[in-house]
Design a binder for this molecule. Structure first.
Ligand SMILES: [Zn+2]
Length: 132
């Protein structure tokens, strides 16, 4: 899928709402393409006490329902069309779902393509092996 199309899917998925006075959701959306070409999308959830999850994680959970784990390409977009790189936790999350996801193309500002391995040069799992 073209980068612009994946961006547009994420942008259309944004649906920012507030939960009373203590939370909000949908101000960030993610879209990903799996190795087989399927497209999944999801939104973030921000609650009090640091509860919630990033849009990337919600999208990956949608993908896991199909049994797929290999991500070809991923993008996260904030309302207004600002592209966010995955946070550190999401980088490790994407990697631990399938180690071959170090080759996942992450789309950054300007639809610049980088591999996850460039954003996550040292994985937690590598160091865990050394300690074992
Ligand atoms: Zn994250």
């Amino acid at each position: 899928m073209e980068n612009r199309e994946l961006f547009n899917i994420a942008l259309k998925t944004i649906n920012h709402k507030f939960i009373e006075d203590y939370g909000e959701f949908g101000q960030v959306a993610c879209a990903l393409e799996t190795e087989s070409g399927k497209i999944y999308s999801g939104i973030n959830l921000d609650l009090s006490c640091s509860l919630g999850m990033c849009a990337e994680q919600a999208t990956i959970l949608e993908m896991l329902k199909s049994g797929e784990t290999k991500i070809k390409k991923l993008i996260a977009v904030h309302e207004g069309g600002i592209i966010y790189p995955p946070c550190g936790r999401c980088r490790e999350f994407i990697y631990q779902i399938n180690k071959e996801n170090l080759n996942t193309i992450i789309l950054l500002e300007g639809l610049k393509e980088v591999k996850l391995s460039e954003l996550l040069p040292s994985t937690w799992m590598e160091y865990r092996k050394i300690e074992d």
